[in-house]
Write a protein that binds this ligand. Structure first.
Ligand SMILES: Nc1ncnc2c1ncn2[C@@H]1O[C@H](COP(=O)(O)OP(=O)(O)OP(=O)(O)O)[C@@H](O)[C@H]1O
Length: 614
């Protein structure tokens, strides 16, 4: 990369000196196709060209990609930023400073997505510090260096007034749209990228805020950055900041060259921009066919551009490049992490905890639900007697009720990986942290406050209200069994959550196995006499293991009597055909642990398998 001072001209033709020229990005002959999804026959769907052999050169300064909706702006931006699925790239190469894009080169670039993806419960400063902690190498940056860097970025982006304001969530009013966008840009500026991609940075903002965001990008570009962005319909005050303009129509280039020469170019083709008309609107009118040329021609705008001096210049310049590799996007972008696994785990766990503490509704609801159910069960089965037959019947009923509650009360766990899916994908692709770090942080932080604590409270209330076996070890075993049943249900919910992207699908995915497990848990159906061909399902039933364990725990060593009959708990268990030996009791826990481990592992694999490409 060239490190000398460089002179560039903006669209008003004004000279600007930049200290440290950013990288030059070149792309040549990009043909990108997609298959339009048609349900299960996806493979047979025809390919659709969304970029048709486009080439270009983008240098230091503001490089705008414009076009009508559906023209391929975002697709071009994503392809050149290496964000689009490489399987769609049929031909083409993308070079940065005439070199293929390696992970090192990737580190010097950053991508700001259209929908600002930030942690809403954290303040602007905390979000920026999170990015700094994970994306700046600890060997080179001490904690105070990171703080300084964040402070500088806050000043640079004019975020001082809202630095300590939370970003905001759907329930919490936070910073304004413009401040959010600035914060998103700041998250990427932390690594001091010299190449910055932005997808429609002004969409959804009012015109003044859009103006100030583009003013900010303009200032940044003057510090030697190559800024490439797609933009829809900028007002004139924004358009005049552009250095380079790429105009697309139906996946083809209709102009690529200095932004301030575009009017002249179209004038040469017979298109007249009326006085006071915004050039950006004028160009879109041309591509949409709403303005006609005074020079009749059979050629399309794309063909006219290919015949133009601008296209020839680009082709000539590209010919001089000698790439060392071809089709670089075909190599999968492996994120490069600058911090260790344990450091990432610490930082991500801390953020997850902070998020939980500032958004404690789910935890409170979980604790309240467990207290209410515990009192309800305690009242219904208050101080169970030892007279038969009700002693055994009530105990069976109570345990079934308890296990059902343990399983179904954890349905809320399906939201775990769905809620923050966009945030996780964005941060994971941006090299913030490993998938395993995110998975473990969510699991730890969800399990303890939302699952374990409420169950301990539940067990203590229900156990003593029901007057079950008084031995303290029996209470501990009871509590452990309920916890493991709950964790097994939670891990199945995690698997559902990591496998699909919507709550509706996750609910279906989780409800079916729960219902099957309940039916084949051994309480509702005697599997030996009915549905014996399906009886194998009991071996994967959380209900069966939970029910067996609490029943054995309660009945062994107890004596029940009535009408002159005495029956011991052991005899009753024998009649039921349950193995009530020590191993017979603990084998249920081993099976539950097996279900937990298998579901957790599969959930992690599913998280890794999520498609990161756009
Ligand atoms: N993954 C995909 N599957 C199917 N079609 C796609 C895919 N990606 C892009 N397209 C199609 O390619 C065309 C260009 O899309 P793209 O999002 O790049 O357009 P755009 O100019 O950015 O539009 P907008 O301004 O509306 O965002 C559209 O017709 C779009 O439907």
């Amino acid at each position: 990369m060239n490190l000398c001072k460089m002179e560039i001209r903006d669209s008003k033709g004004e000279k600007a000196i930049v200290d440290l020229p950013g990288p030059t990005l070149t792309f040549q002959d990009i043909r990108y196709v997609v298959r339009e999804s048609r349900g299960p026959c996806r493979k047979k769907a025809p390919e659709k060209d969304i970029l048709k052999n486009v080439s270009g050169i983008m240098k230091t300064g503001l490089n705008a990609i414009m076009g009508a909706t559906g023209s391929g702006k975002t697709s071009l931006l994503d392809v050149i930023a290496g964000r689009k699925d490489p399987r769609g790239l049929r031909t083409g190469q993308i070079l940065v400073d005439n070199k293929i894009v390696t992970s090192e080169l990737r580190l010097m670039s950053a991508y700001v997505v259209q929908d600002d993806i930030l942690m809403g419960t954290l303040t602007v400063r905390e979000n920026l510090l999170f990015s700094a902690n994970l994306r700046l190498p600890r060997q080179q940056y001490s904690d105070s260096d990171k703080e300084k860097k964040v402070k500088n970025i806050i000043e640079q982006l004019g975020l001082e007034d809202c630095a300590h304001t939370k970003i905001g969530t759907e329930f919490l009013r936070g910073v304004s749209g413009g401040e959010r966008k600035r914060c998103s840009i700041g998250m990427e500026l932390i690594t001091s990228p010299s190449l910055l991609f932005l997808d429609e940075p002004t969409t959804g903002l009012d015109s003044n805020t859009a103006n100030s965001i583009m003013g900010l990008l303009h200032r940044l570009s003057r510090t030697g950055k190559t800024i490439i962005f797609s933009i829809h319909q900028p007002r004139y005050s924004i358009f005049r900041l552009f250095d380079h303009l790429t105009l697309l129509h139906k996946g083809e280039m209709v102009y690529a060259g200095p932004a301030n020469k575009a009017i002249q170019y179209f004038h040469g083709l017979g298109y007249e921009c009326e006085p006071f008309n915004n050039p950006a609107d004028f160009f879109l009118d041309i591509t949409n066919g709403e303005t006609s040329s005074s020079v009749p021609t059979e050629k399309s705008l794309a063909e006219l551009y290919r015949d133009s001096q601008y296209c020839t210049e680009v082709t000539e310049e590209l010919k001089q490049n000698n790439p060392t590799d071809y089709n670089i996007l075909a190599t999968k972008a492996t994120p490069c992490y600058v911090t260790s696994f344990f450091y990432q785990l610490r930082i991500v766990c801390w953020r997850t905890l902070l998020n939980l503490a500032r958004n404690p509704q789910t935890s409170y609801a979980q604790i309240m639900l467990n207290i209410v159910f515990a009192v309800l069960v305690g009242l219904i089965y208050f101080q169970l007697s030892h007279t038969i037959p009700e002693a055994l019947q009530n105990r069976n009923g109570a345990f079934f009720f308890l296990i059902i509650n343990m399983v179904f009360a954890n349905l809320s766990a399906v939201e775990l990986f769905i809620n923050e899916r966009a945030l996780f994908l964005h941060e994971n692709a941006g090299g913030y942290y490993r998938t395993s770090v995110y998975f473990l942080s969510k699991v730890f932080v969800d399990l303890v406050p939302n699952r374990i604590v409420p169950i301990v409270i539940f067990s203590a209330i229900a156990y003593y209200m029901m007057g079950l076996k008084p031995a303290f070890t029996a209470f501990l075993c009871f509590s452990l069994t309920l916890s493991m049943v709950s964790l097994a249900a939670v891990s199945l919910a995690f698997l559902a959550s990591a496998s699909v992207s919507s709550f509706a699908m996750a609910n279906i995915f989780i409800a079916l196995p729960f219902v099957f497990m309940m039916v084949f848990g051994g309480f509702l159906v005697n599997l030996n006499s009915m549905l014996s061909w399906l009886s194998w399902l009991q071996w994967i039933s959380i209900f069966k293991y939970g029910l067996d364990a609490v029943t054995i725990n309660e009945l062994t060593g107890q004596v029940f009597y009535g009408n002159g009959t005495i029956i011991t708990g052991d005899m009753y268990l024998q009649i039921l055909g349950m193995d009530y030996s020590t191993w017979g009791f603990w084998q249920n826990h081993v099976a539950l642990l097996g279900i937990i481990l298998v579901c957790m592992t599969l959930a992690y694999i599913q998280l890794r398998r999520i498609n990161r490409w756009k």
